[in-house]
Design a protein around this ligand. Structure first.
Ligand SMILES: Nc1ncnc2c1ncn2[C@@H]1O[C@H](COP(=O)(O)OP(=O)(O)O)[C@@H](O)[C@H]1O
Ligand SMILES: Cc1cn([C@H]2C[C@H](O)[C@@H](COP(=O)(O)O)O2)c(=O)[nH]c1=O
Length: 218
């Protein structure tokens, strides 16, 4: 029985790596899959992992119709046994419904990978529809950590090293290590635990407060 599975987590939790591993393992057993992505940091029509793996992928656009894509492949005589769909948070609800229809009516397995919530802790439309329709939701096992050591559960956006909660929902970018904090004109992301996201306390903020406190009581 085919399934629509949504693998989700924070940024930097191993989603793209798992997407590549999944396609590799299914292909190794003779299954033929199509790989999709949208807005990967490596560029158009690329699926990349921070581990360094990168493959060609079909870029999902606003008018991409997964039902039409799969049936065009099959009309051309190509088997399609599974779909790997990365950055699924960026897909439209209608596109998620097309994925679910492919599972139900053509017995194709669909493995979707994407972050759960945006920089304001709100669900992306694509992620929300996947939560509503998926047969299974799998939270990534790789623990990305907040600066405090707790498991990171949410994604923060920083501009010039300062956490922001206003702006466009979609801004392609990467997590920054501490050395990048405060770079001018730089939009970056940092994974935080809920407590510190709600407090707007990034690693840089925590460090600044600690330094200020030490200056009062040297
Ligand atoms: N140099 C490294 N050595 C080992 N693991 C790494 C290294 N760099 C990145 N990773 C792993 O890759 C994960 C991010 O993988 P990626 O698939 O790009 O995540 P996502 O797609 O969820 O953003 C990190 O959580 C970390 O576990
Ligand atoms: C939180 C958040 C993230 N994004 C972007 C930033 C990245 O390009 C992707 C997530 O990629 P990853 O493989 O999971 O690291 O999403 C965004 O556009 N808006 C946000 O609020």
């Amino acid at each position: 029985m085919a399934e629509l599975v949504f693998f989700t987590g924070t940024m930097d939790s191993g989603k793209s790596t798992l997407a590549l591993q999944t396609d590799h393992n299914y292909t190794a057993r003779g299954r033929r899959g199509l790989i999709f992505t949208r807005g990967d940091r490596a560029g158009v029509a690329r699926l990349s992992s921070r581990l360094g793996l990168e493959v060609h992928a079909r870029e999902v656009l606003d008018d991409t119709d997964f039902w039409a894509e799969v049936h065009a492949e099959r009309r051309a005589g190509h088997a399609v046994d599974h779909l790997v769909c990365d950055e699924a948070q960026f897909y439209s609800p209608r596109q998620v419904e097309q994925l679910a229809r492919l599972v139900d009516e053509t017995e194709i397995d669909v493995f979707a990978f994407g972050i759960t919530t945006d920089f304001r802790t709100r669900l992306f439309p694509g992620s929300a529809r996947l939560f509503e329709l998926a047969d299974r939701i799998e939270v990534l096992q790789v623990q990305s950590l907040c600066w405090c050591g707790a498991r990171a559960t949410h994604n923060a956006r920083t501009v010039d090293g300062v956490m922001v909660t206003e702006g466009d929902q979609v801004v392609i970018g990467d997590t920054a290590d501490d050395s990048d904090a405060g770079a001018t004109g730089d939009t970056a992301y940092e994974v935080l635990c809920r407590r510190h996201h709600m407090r707007h306390m990034t690693a840089a903020t925590a460090r600044r407060r600690s330094t200020a406190a030490e200056s009062l009581w040297p």
